[in-house]
Design a protein around this ligand. Structure first.
Ligand code: 3H9
Length: 702
């Protein structure tokens, strides 16, 4: 019978095999099993060398992350203690790394005396992406084996290295490349070490080689990552831990590591980043659709519209090796679209992301066409024309005529009713929304809009397809703007209204970027194009007919042809890449405010923050209440991956949970009174928010 950890024999070699699918996460039970087998092997006189390996295609994904929030990650045997035990073993221990060794998994291997790795294995310490530092010796043992530069780069970035790179930098001692069975090769290697009388080589006996380390190396490294890691707590602690490895003996260095690990673990950033880890995995499951539903095949894709969006979408598929037929109505538009894709790739070649051959391979998968007949045999069609219901309906009626039975018909709409689009076809079960975010070849988010009649297998097939093209798919329901753009509406509304009430665009955007957003919302409108948002505004004027005040300033900018970055002026003036304040926008705001009878005043940063962010959260609560989003963590995934909400805050809903829902509710109610008619009209607390506060619960509890 296989247990979590097996102990078998091959001559004098004891083979300890981790056997805890799916990823050999080192939870308490696995740690316990490993300790027991280890003690058995050490106690057995007929064993002279011990191998640690795994039965699956990966070695280990490290500590069990779910134990962090549960608070039992230090349950005995605590991983760092167990690894010290491995290191101190009187018998030789060899790690046979047969696949990914991440975090605590790599730390197990580092504590062994020698390491052999399969050529395809990846080795890394991704703890920083979870808001913590490696806490089982990784920060102290890795610099001793690989040198401080490689170590700090790996630890502070969290990026894995290949087994080949690991061999070159001294992390592993032997690489296995041939066809021969890896375990058999590892046993041969273990026996060879015995024959050679290889010593029990431990990191405790090694010091960090600082010979080629410039004096100011760590400070320069700090500066080099400062912009990217702004707002994150753990990266600086990663650096401090490696600095400690350079200065202290192993035992003391491990003590320092433990302090820094604990310090990180107690931060909101760690909670937020760990929340994101699970949120990303959770959104792949749809509660009412059985996991074993058989899926449709997507071997070829048709895309309608060769504009920026259609072109970006096409690149995702050809990057994944899936042929695309790109349809336009006019030859010149098609030529422009194909040329834009080629230009995008040329930039990637210049930046070293792709080779010219790789680009040629991709372009060979792309076929332009002017004929709908060329879409007759594709498995999936994605319509990516501009936001106009009539146009989209015409296209879907045509697709219904030409596409083969079973083809998935998708609309890349950002706000429109997918059911109304599906209704013009005779196969609404095959219709779905696939809302890509711009630039579509870069942004990881994909909203998968499930219509009333969309078939279950269509939902799951598109979720899987999202992974294939390296996106995070989030299934959402139908409403204006779905999850992302619907939450954007009140957030944008407050930003624009605050400009009327007396704030400047720089002040509003400054508050938001200080909080960690990649970009302020007004700068975002300028980037996306005020002509694009105008179309969206036009499509739902009736929803806000009772108070169009906040849209007036955008409407004015639109009338003046100030579409944002593309025309050099919007909420700001653009001089090349530089963004400058525009006094004309202030004047415009004053004029609109006077027309509406709004008394302008000086507005505090706190008010800007609360009105924008808390109304965003409130809308998220409404969306959850209506079942448009399946989980609060889905709203977080959408906002972190589609709208630049900082991952170190864990998304708006996690942030609300962190600061307390009562604070959010109190603040909304305060503005409701304070802002007069405007407050009464817009500051309506979500019933879900009120209920959760009354029950002393969090979004994460539902
Ligand atoms: C650490 O080690 C701290 C130590 O330094 C110190 C300790 C004192 N724990 O990603 P997948 C689950 S921190 C718990 O879809 P893939 C995952 O949620 C750790 N669960 O598979 C999912 O569950 P479900 C540092 C984990 O093949 C299932 O396994 N390590 C863990 O696409 C499959 O996962 C890391 O940060 C875990 N460690 O990718 C590595 N890992 O099916 C984290 C996975 O219920 N893991 N799960 O949704 C990964 O990067 C990827 O899982 C991996 C496989 C690349 C390994």
């Amino acid at each position: 019978m296989t247990s979590l950890v097996d102990l078998t024999r091959d001559g004098v070699v004891a083979v300890i095999t981790l056997n805890s699918p799916p990823v050999n996460a080192l939870g308490a039970a696995l740690r316990h099993g490993l300790q027991e087998r280890l003690e058995e092997a050490i106690a057995d006189d007929s064993v002279t060398v011990i191998l640690i390996t795994s039965s699956s295609s990966l070695f280990s994904a490290g500590a069990d992350i779910s134990e962090f929030s549960a608070g039992n990650f230090a349950a005995e045997p605590f991983l760092p203690v167990l690894l010290n035990q491995i290191e101190a073993s009187p018998k030789l221990i060899v790690a046979a790394i047969n696949g990914a060794a991440f975090g605590g998994g790599l730390e197990v291997a580092l504590a062994c005396h020698y390491r052999i790795a399969l050529a395809g294995a990846k080795l890394g310490l991704p703890e920083v992406t979870l808001g913590i530092i490696p806490g089982a010796g990784g920060t102290q043992r890795l610099p001793r084996l690989a040198g401080p530069k490689t170590a700090v780069e790996m630890i502070a970035s969290g990026k894995p290295v290949s087994a080949k790179q690991a061999l070159a930098s001294g992390i592993v001692d032997r690489l296995h490349e041939g066809d021969e069975d890896f375990l058999a090769a590892a046993v041969v290697y273990a026996n060879q070490l015995l024959v050679e009388k290889a010593p029990l080589r431990t990191c405790a006996d090694l010091t960090v080689d600082r010979s080629d380390l410039p004096d100011n190396y760590f400070n320069e490294f700090r500066q080099s990552i400062a912009r990217k890691t702004k707002g994150y707590y753990a990266p600086e602690r990663c650096i401090q831990a490696v600095e400690a490895a350079c200065a202290l003996p192993l035992k003391e260095g491990l003590k320092k590591e433990a302090e820094l690990f604990q310090e990180c673990m107690n931060t909101p950033e760690a909670r937020a980043q760990q929340h994101m880890f699970f949120a990303e995995r959770q959104c792949a499951g749809i509660p009412d659709i059985p996991k074993n539903t058989s899926l449709r095949e997507i071997k070829t894709v048709g895309i309608i519209g060769a504009g920026t969006m259609g072109g970006g979408i096409a690149m995702n598929f050809i990057n994944a090796g899936i042929p695309v037929r790109l349809l336009e109505v006019k030859q010149d538009a098609l030529d422009r679209g194909l040329a834009a894709i080629q230009k995008n790739y040329d930039i990637s070649v210049k930046r070293g992301r792709f080779t010219a051959e790789q680009v040629a391979e991709r372009m060979a998968l792309l076929q332009g066409t002017l004929s709908y007949q060329d879409l007759a045999d594709v498995d999936l069609v994605i319509e990516a024309v501009f936001e106009n219901m009539q146009l989209k309906q015409q296209i879907f009626a045509q697709l219904d005529e030409v596409c083969k039975p079973g083809a998935i018909l998708a609309s890349n709409t950002s706000t429109l009713d997918v059911d109304a689009i599906a209704a013009v076809t005779k196969r609404p079960e095959d219709v779905i929304g696939l809302h890509f975010f711009s630039p579509a070849n870069v942004m990881r988010l994909l909203e998968i809009v499930r219509g009333e009649k969309t078939a279950d297998d269509v939902v799951l097939t598109t979720l899987k397809m999202a992974r294939t093209i390296n996106k995070i798919g989030v299934v959402v329901g139908i409403c204006f703007g779905f999850v992302g753009n619907r939450m954007l509406e009140p957030y944008m509304r407050e930003a624009m209204r605050l400009v009327l009430e007396g704030a400047t665009p720089e002040q509003v955007d400054g508050v938001l970027t200080k909080f960690g957003l990649a970009m302020g919302v007004l700068s975002m409108i300028d980037l996306a194009g005020n002509d694009v948002s105008h179309l969206v505004r036009e499509s739902h004027r009736e929803d806000i007919a009772h108070d169009p005040s906040y849209q007036l300033i955008s409407d004015k900018l639109y009338e003046l042809g100030r579409y944002g970055q593309k025309t050099g002026r919007g909420f700001y003036i653009y001089d090349g890449r530089e963004k400058l304040a525009d006094s004309e926008v202030d004047e415009m705001a004053k004029q609109v405010a006077a027309e509406l009878g709004i008394t302008r005043r000086s507005i505090s940063d706190e008010e800007i923050f609360e009105r924008c962010i808390f109304m965003l959260i409130n809308e998220g609560a409404d969306i959850l209440n209506e079942g448009i989003a399946l989980r609060s963590s889905d709203c977080d995934i959408v906002w972190v991956n589609g709208y630049g909400f900082p991952a170190f805050r864990g998304g708006p809903m996690q942030y609300a949970d962190e600061i307390g829902l009562d604070k959010v509710l109190e603040s909304i109610n305060r503005y409701r009174t304070q802002l007069g008619d405007y407050g009464t009209m817009w500051f309506k607390p979500s019933p879900l928010l009120e209920r959760l506060v009354a029950e002393e619960k969090k979004f994460g509890d539902i």
